[in-house]
Design a protein around this ligand. Structure first.
Ligand SMILES: Nc1ncnc2c1ncn2[C@@H]1O[C@H](COP(=O)(O)OP(=O)(O)OP(=O)(O)O)[C@@H](O)[C@H]1O
Length: 432
């Protein structure tokens, strides 16, 4: 068999004349001069066809895949070269001061780009279908294809891992809120800075009790598997408005390093099937939050006319929700939080153990909560004494007061000395 060997761009290639074997880098080969430039081109083209067939590896990432955006951003960071074609992605970041900063990311636009990774050149083809839509998002269907020499799949695995880690790092210390769009979850708004758990002041022991229960649940999947119990846990926080139910769930998610998937059960078009699907594809490490759960359904005690008003709205049914909650089985911890202002309006079937494992009342302030809230707002030598006095005055008024009202009052007196805050307490109930 005749082996042809030639040298091109620093590499020496060899292939059989009969073209039955793929070309390979020849061991110990020396460059040979081919008789004419035409011959050289023919050999080169032939060898490249074979080379592509046998020695190129491509990875196709469709826009519906979770890693699609990560990958585009990673490629930009790695410095896609030989391209002047960029598209912009605008996002918002919350700084430590709470200020929102606008961030512009340039990502490779539709077309061809090249970058180098671990010594290998990689070609990026970002293509957009003109006639195919991603039906859920209503945007043209896109694909990114990476092509590189060799047959090492590990290269792509490493790229995807790096892209994922880089994307997660960007949101370190942040809580991402997801909302349901079609059949999938999409982040909405900007990722929020984690709220410290102790900034939500609940009755003594309540925060620790819920946190300990969540941690126990998350850290013991084995316990559930061994007993054949679905690995999920449901929580219900009920109580008057402005007492910290939503704020606590946000802060708890931050503490657990979870994100939050908010589901609006009253949404038209949220059918039982869609709900079921959404619950089973919720992002990893996320809390499913069903707020104001009482507003989504008519209770069994409601009048026929009230029930009729709900009919035909193409919404999730009560029995559909019960089934979905039962069916939320997944290999990783599934945490569902529900909130309501009206516990008595909830159907007992919804809050029976298994669907709701822990029910906690989050109510108006007691003296200790008022004191702690004061201390979170005012510092100084006499802060403890002022806090005690303020809390006594407020509680002695014998009127219900929510933490939101106390917070509003402190914000009104943001620039007042603590002494003034002690004298104007009636304003707590009259401010906005
Ligand atoms: N216990 C608390 N400690 C600190 N701040 C609180 C507390 N409760 C409420 N707040 C403040 O009051 C505002 C409203 O709170 P939040 O929305 O969490 O109340 P909620 O109980 O969920 O109300 P709703 O039932 O109306 O949804 C927030 O800005 C929050 O910071």
């Amino acid at each position: 068999m005749v082996i042809l060997i030639f040298h091109r761009r620093g590499c020496t290639y060899a292939f059989s004349r009969a073209c039955r074997e793929p070309p390979r880098v020849a061991e110990g080969a020396t460059t040979i001069r081919l008789v004419s430039p035409e011959m050289r081109d023919i050999y080169w083209e032939t060898s490249m066809v074979l080379f592509r067939r046998h020695c190129m590896i491509t990875l196709e990432v469709p826009c519906r895949d979770k890693s699609y955006q990560w990958l585009l951003q990673w490629i930009t960071q790695k410095g896609a070269r030989q391209t002047q074609h960029l598209s912009v992605e605008t996002s918002f970041l919350q700084k430590d001061t709470g200020q929102i900063k606008t961030k512009y990311d340039f990502i490779p636009s539709v077309g061809q780009h090249f970058f180098r990774y671990r010594g290998a050149w990689i070609k990026v083809d970002r293509t957009r279908e003109q006639h195919t839509l991603d039906l859920h998002m209503g945007v043209p269907w896109e694909t990114v294809t990476l092509t590189s020499f060799g047959s090492n799949k590990q290269l792509y695995y490493d790229i995807l891992e790096e892209a994922r880690t880089m994307a997660l790092k960007q949101h370190e210390g942040m809580t991402i809120m997801y909302t349901a769009m079609g059949a999938e979850w999409r982040p909405f708004g900007h990722p929020r800075r984690r709220r410290p758990l102790q900034s939500v002041v609940l009755r003594a022991g309540l925060t620790d009790r819920i946190l300990a229960d969540c941690l126990d649940f998350i850290n013991n999947p084995q316990w559930y598997t061994e007993r054949g119990i679905p690995y999920r846990r449901g929580y219900l926080l009920y109580g008057p408005p402005g007492c910290g139910k939503s704020s606590f769930i946000m802060a708890l998610a931050g503490e657990l390093e979870y994100n939050i998937c908010v589901l609006n059960l009253s949404e038209r078009g949220l059918t039982d099937d869609r709900l079921n699907h959404l619950l089973s594809v919720a992002p990893q490490q996320s809390i499913i939050l069903l707020e104001d759960i009482d507003a989504a359904f008519v209770s069994r005690q409601d009048t026929p006319s009230q029930k009729a008003a709900f009919d035909g709205l193409n919404r999730v049914t009560f029995s559909g929700l019960l089934n979905c909650l039962d069916g939320v089985a997944s290999t990783e911890a599934r945490v569902v939080f529900m909130t309501t202002n009206y516990l008595e309006r909830l159907d007992p079937a919804l809050i029976r153990p298994g669907r709701v494992d822990m029910k906690e009342y989050v109510g108006h302030c007691d003296q200790q909560q008022v004191e702690l809230m004061f201390l979170r707002f005012y510092k100084g030598e006499r802060a403890a004494e002022h806090a005690r006095k303020f809390a006594e005055t407020v509680i002695n008024k014998k009127k219900e007061v929510s933490p939101a009202q106390i917070q509003g009052y402190f914000m009104f007196h943001k620039h007042s000395p603590p002494e003034d805050v002690l004298t104007d307490t009636d304003a707590i109930w009259t401010l906005g």
